[in-house]
Unconditional design. Sequence first.
Length: 228
Amino acid sequence: MNKLRFIIAVFLLPALLVFVYNFCKLFFSFAGQTDTNVVPFWIGIAFYFLFQVIFFKPMSTYVFGHELTHALTGLLSGAQIKKFKVSANKGSVTLTKDNIFITLSPYFFPIYPIIIILIYFCLGWFVDITRLYSWFLFFAGVSLAFYYALTFYAIKVGQEDMKIYGKFFSLVFVCFINIIMVVLVLAWIFPNHIFVKDFFVNVFGDTIGFYKYIFMGVYKCLAFLKTK
């Protein structure tokens, strides 16, 4: 089964390249915005990275969120939680069932940024949140930087979760879903700057064109070899 997943992952690489290319275009276009309302978000990102460099990696907070994500996606998948354990640098969750969504969810589901967004918009039912907008952007930036910095670190040092469905396949899968998730989260935070429909329309068109180009190239190579 892992061999089949490896082949699928290889076949999906061109599509992943298209996703990465379009995300980079979207991100740099967004980063070039001169809207001063966006500034607290970038300050939050910079603040987290400075904190990590000067002080420490808040791994216990990350591990708790990691295991909580396993637990929540397990519940959403119909599993029951039998055991939930978190210590300073490691944790574990025992569930009555497992699948790829549960296993890999901590590596693509930014739980803390989503919690912050939900809290902010839920507060809007009770108070005027416009005066809290700058603080919301700041903490959204902090939480996103925290999540992606430590997720990258966790994958780099090695995670058993990434080996269950094959490391290469898991990396490709996680990269795909991460791009989709970060686009959706940014669009949620900045609806006037990030347009989800435009992003996916561009990705779809570029993906079809890229695969067509690859298949035509392979066809021409095979036709050339037959003439030899």
